[in-house]
Design a protein around this ligand. Structure first.
Ligand SMILES: [Zn+2]
Length: 192
């Protein structure tokens, strides 16, 4: 399948799942040479077409109708550092972001889904979107774990397969929802 079509599909899933708003988030796939395919900046993410996807070389130059994502520094930094990474997905998962901001110490091991989809989670602090500092912090965190929560911002997931990266983001959001609901429910009597 054309990687550009795959990226359009991934962004629509993220939007439809409430994991990003129309102008947020980004994703990329490594090409067969020194380049990646990456989502554009500012275009509505739920209705991307293959021609909207930007071809970006690992040296930072690019070809496309729109500018590459504001987070392209982060994507490039990860691809330059880890040969095994074939895809990077970044979403603004609201419940995941909330749970990790609360610092309540979620135990992923309680949920079966985590064993299949999420080996671990690393957390990085607050850095400006699109900044070199954010790119460096996420790149370094990926050396420990392929799923990284950005405090107050969202999640970055990397993999050798973009659907595994997407699956981890979806699974983490579901686990965080269950965790939060369990916490809330534990304080409520269910007796009638
Ligand atoms: Zn973001």
């Amino acid at each position: 399948m054309d990687p550009r079509e795959v990226l359009c599909s991934v962004m629509k899933v993220l939007h439809d799942r409430g994991l990003l708003n129309v102008l947020g988030g980004n994703a990329s796939i490594r090409g067969s040479g020194d380049y990646i395919w990456i989502t554009p900046s500012k275009e509505p993410k739920h209705m991307l077409r293959p021609d909207d996807i930007v071809l970006m070389y690992l040296d930072g130059s690019w070809v496309g109708r729109s500018r590459p994502s504001i987070e392209s520094k982060m994507h490039l930094s990860i691809y330059r550092s880890y040969d095994w990474v074939r895809a990077v997905v970044h979403a603004h998962s609201p419940i995941t972001t909330l749970v990790y901001d609360l610092g309540v110490g979620i135990d992923l091991g309680v949920y079966v889904e985590s064993k299949v989809s999420i080996p671990c989670v690393e957390v990085v602090g607050r850095y400006p979107p699109g900044s070199e500092e954010l790119a460096n912090a996420v790149r370094d965190a990926v050396s420990k774990c392929p799923v990284v929560v950005l405090q107050g911002h969202g999640v970055v997931s990397v993999s050798n397969d973009i659907f595994k990266a997407l699956n981890a983001i979806e699974a983490l959001e579901d686990i965080c929802k269950m965790f939060l609901l369990r916490k809330l429910a534990s304080g409520v009597s269910l007796k009638t």
